[in-house]
Design a protein around this ligand. Structure first.
Ligand SMILES: [Zn+2]
Length: 255
């Protein structure tokens, strides 16, 4: 195994341990970043081959994710940008694109490997594979594949790559299993969301920003004027000033 892969694998195991996440558990990466790491996430349609962007703000960060990619790919991007924020302390920000190999390409490869192992630890993949195949000699089928992708909440491309690297499927089988995954998922009773982009949702913000601003206001750390300013900067004008509807500003309206 090449150096960066091994480093990423060890870091991914350590990161799970630090966060108290079991090695067999699946991760809701958006929730984890927002609620445990205080990292804000914005998903929005971006042009070109950009997957994601991270911006460091003091000891926290902002991650912007291209919603033109499948939700599975977006989760991978979130884990990739998380790697930069957690380990590349010298970087204040970065634009990460698919197949972008510049002078820093090893950092990008390590971030990709980290994302892969953080979301899908080797041991967990082996465990759930054995659970499905039950020591039988049958080959992995489309149902197993979709089960694994949905358990770990990762893209079809990532799961096929991992299974190929593990020697479970051949290159030719991986190629075959790329086709018809959405219709198969629907047929088997899964939501197709993991395989689809979310560009039609426009901009979606996952952040504790509004909560923090209110906390600072209540603790007297900031004035109401500053609070208003922060909320407007964060694009929370509607929360402060209502949306023009009678009940737009009530608690019920925010549910
Ligand atoms: Zn990157």
């Amino acid at each position: 195994m090449s150096g960066y892969k091994e480093r990423a694998r060890v870091k991914a195991i350590e990161a799970r341990n630090e966060l108290g996440i079991g090695q067999l558990d699946s991760i809701n990466i958006f929730k984890l970043l927002k609620n445990r790491e205080n990292i804000s996430i914005i998903t929005t349609p971006l042009k070109g081959d950009i997957s994601g962007i991270f911006i460091r703000k003091g000891d926290t960060g902002l991650v912007i994710i291209n919603s033109r990619r499948s939700l599975g790919h977006q989760y991978f991007t979130a884990a990739h940008e998380y790697y930069h924020l957690k380990y590349n302390h010298g970087m204040t920000g970065r634009l990460c694109a698919i197949n972008k190999y510049d002078e820093d390409y090893e950092v990008e490869l390590e971030a990709n490997s980290f994302a892969s192992y953080f979301l899908v630890p080797d041991d967990a993949l082996r465990y759930y594979l054995n659970l499905r195949l039950q020591d039988s000699s049958r080959k992995l089928n489309m149902r197993d594949l979709i089960y694994l992708e949905n358990y770990f909440a990762v893209s079809n491309a990532l799961m096929l790559l991992r299974l190929k690297n593990m020697g479970v499927i051949s290159e030719a089988e991986a190629e075959q299993m790329k086709a018809g995954v959405i219709s198969a998922a629907i047929r088997l009773g899964y939501s197709p969301a993991l395989y689809q982009d979310t560009a039609d949702q426009g901009m979606v913000i996952y952040s504790n920003y509004a909560e923090l601003a209110e906390e600072f206001l209540e603790a007297g750390k900031i004035t109401y004027g500053k609070y208003e300013e922060l909320m407007l900067e964060g694009g929370y004008g509607e929360i402060l000033f209502g949306d023009g509807e009678e009940n737009g500003n009530s608690d019920a309206g925010n549910l």
